[in-house]
Design a protein around this ligand. Structure first.
Ligand SMILES: C[S@@+](CC[C@H](N)C(=O)[O-])C[C@H]1O[C@@H](n2cnc3c(N)ncnc32)[C@H](O)[C@@H]1O
Length: 421
């Protein structure tokens, strides 16, 4: 059992009496904060104070109160705003209101929630006005990830809300993913390891089977990437399932084969899954078995996707649908130029495998690369390969990954389906 951070000193809840340190903006950020951009960098503050992470602060400009947020002593993001209402305290009740509002939105926008779809993002941090806090639900387990010391100071409030609403959420377990980069432990925060019927159990207590539009997928909450899987591609996997009948599919950067299982269930005749993580490829194979699909009809390759593309080209292989969903090539703004070149190279290699008149699905999860720039990497690749492309669909992340108008960083996922002639 990992220990929770020490509770903050009790926040006085009477708005009329609560007095918080006041920080003054050195830049004209009022409008962008009011339109939903909750980040205030240290250099945007006049005289950043020496306060403990998690201290509630009021941010003001010449015209007065702008926002109330939490101070982070160590992060370049000195303050994240949690409310624009000067009478709203940042306390347990705010956390509960935000999580319940997020749940209500999921219920409206995800009709099969809890039945056909049991893996979803309950809280998408900034997009759900709870900056730095992500909560993913996998069947009976809620998995929390916090970003930074300030957000982590709200962990006790998040756990209190989830336990209070555990029966409504149908969860028995709360787990915190360890964040090696941020040096905190993770582990079980509440409940026991999930008690599941045989058919929903994986190979260890924190691996379990979830459903996504009825499709079963294994999720390893302890060792999997992100919080266990890439929930943000759910609706794009559904699209792939809908269009795959009779197709030969090559799925690069496949992770545990979400797109691959979707394609095979949709009637693809052969699916090649490629990921450099051997454990992910092994899980992809198990996901095919779980879905009752014949593994011998498909290929599972634990190798570098660029190498696999090269080899397939040299062997003259062609596919009717090529999917490339690599990890972020641009983790920072400085990496953008190199990342665009890498996307272009990847798309050139992917186009080489697309049979004439067939499909390419290209994704990017780099928030620093916008849709226009990403599209240009596909278009440049097509020109370089002397192929004509049609854009069939431009998609992004699903409704359980909402964003706020001014917070373009939140709209990170691009998924573009093209026909390649
Ligand atoms: C964004 S995830 C893909 C998610 C997947 N499409 C899904 O639906 O679950 C990117 C994957 O690329 C893999 N990866 C990273 N670099 C790679 C490389 N050079 N070759 C092959 N796979 C790679 C990672 O192991 C990770 O599983």
């Amino acid at each position: 059992m990992s220990s929770l951070p020490h509770p903050r000193p009790p926040v006085r809840t009477s708005p009329h009496h609560a007095v918080h340190p006041v920080l003054h903006l050195a830049r004209p950020l009022r409008e962008s904060i009011e339109r939903g951009h909750p980040w205030i960098y240290r250099q945007a503050l006049k005289a950043p104070p020496d306060l403990a992470s998690g201290t509630v602060v009021d941010v003001c400009d010449r015209d007065g109160f702008v926002a109330r947020g939490l101070y982070d002593r160590t992060s370049p993001l000195a303050v994240r705003a949690y409310t624009l209402d000067p009478s709203e305290p940042v306390d347990d009740r705010l956390v509960e209101r935000r999580i319940l509002a997020a749940l209500a939105v999921r219920r409206w926008t995800m009709p099969g929630l809890g039945r056909d779809t049991t893996g979803f993002r309950l809280c998408h941090g900034e997009g759900d006005r709870l900056p730095g806090i992500v909560i993913d639900v996998y069947g009976p387990v809620a998995v929390i990830v916090t970003d930074g010391e300030a957000a982590r100071s709200l962990l006790p409030s998040v756990v209190a809300t989830l336990t209070r609403h555990a029966s409504e959420l149908r969860i028995t377990t709360i787990y915190e993913r360890h964040q090696r980069r941020q040096g905190h432990g993770g582990g079980l925060l509440w409940g026991t390891t999930p008690k599941l019927p045989e058919e929903e159990r994986g190979q260890h207590p924190l691996e379990l089977v979830i459903r996504e539009h009825g499709m079963k997928l294994l999720v390893d909450i302890e060792n999997g990437q992100k919080t266990g899987m890439f929930l943000d591609q759910r609706e794009n996997r559904r699209l792939i399932r809908d269009i795959s009948a009779g197709l030969r599919v090559w799925n690069g950067f496949s992770y545990t084969g979400g797109f691959s299982v979707a394609a095979a269930l949709g009637g693809a005749t052969r699916v090649v899954s490629v990921d450099r993580a051997p454990a992910a490829i092994e899980t992809a194979r198990r996901n095919f078995q779980l879905a009752g699909l014949p593994v011998e009809a498909h290929a599972f390759l634990a190798e570098d996707a660029f190498q696999a593309l090269q080899r397939a080209k040299s062997q003259g292989e062609l596919f009717d649908l090529v999917i490339v969903d690599p990890p972020s090539f641009a983790p920072t703004q400085q990496a953008v130029v190199g990342a665009l070149a890498a996307y272009r190279r990847l798309h050139e290699m992917a186009i080489d495998l697309v049979a004439k008149g067939s499909l390419l699905a290209a994704a990017s999860c780099s928030s620093h690369i916008d849709e226009k720039a990403f599209l240009s990497t596909i278009s440049d690749a097509a020109v370089a390969k002397n192929r004509a492309i049609q854009i069939l669909e431009i998609r992004g992340q699903p409704a359980d990954h909402p964003t706020l108008p001014a917070f373009s960083e939140g709209r990170y996922l691009k998924f573009i389906l093209c026909a390649v002639h």
